[in-house]
Design a binder for this molecule. Structure first.
Ligand code: THU
Length: 131
């Protein structure tokens, strides 16, 4: 059974794969599916900057492209040079991607190196856009 601690550990492992030579800010994410699978992701930067993909979206796009559509939770960690010293909260674009595929009770789990905090997608992206 996947718990928050294990999901955070997988996010930390994923962070080590970060390609971030421009910001030196490494991010890792671990996405838990309703079926119990975990897809990890890291941020992937680009010399042209705007093609940069966040860790969260890397994990989502890996999972979606493998046929997964239902998700329970995601752990996210990050920090300058991979040093986790504060909570790394998902950016607005990643929250919108979460809203495309997740219910409002989808949980985002953050870790600052000492403490863990969790909150729902509904709280991170209230009154979100949908067609
Ligand atoms: N980044 C993420 O991967 N996830 C976030 O939620 C915020 C920002 C990445 C993008 C970029 O490579 C670096 O962090 C600095 O912005």
């Amino acid at each position: 059974m996947m718990n928050s601690k294990t999901l955070i550990e997988k996010a930390i492992e994923a962070m080590a794969k970060s390609y971030s030579p421009y910001s030196d800010f490494k991010v890792g994410a671990a996405l838990l599916t309703k079926s119990g699978r975990v897809f990890t992701g890291c941020n992937i930067e680009n010399a042209s900057y705007s093609p940069t993909n966040c860790a969260e979206r890397t994990a989502f796009f890996k999972a979606i492209s493998e046929g997964e559509r239902e998700f329970t939770a995601m752990a996210v960690v990050g920090g300058k040079n991979g040093e986790i010293s504060s909570f790394c909260s998902p950016c607005g674009v990643c929250r919108q991607v979460m809203a495309e595929f997740c219910d409002k009770d989808f949980m985002i789990i953050l870790f600052d190196g000492k403490l863990t905090k969790a909150c729902s997608l509904e709280k991170l992206l209230p009154e979100s856009f949908s067609l």
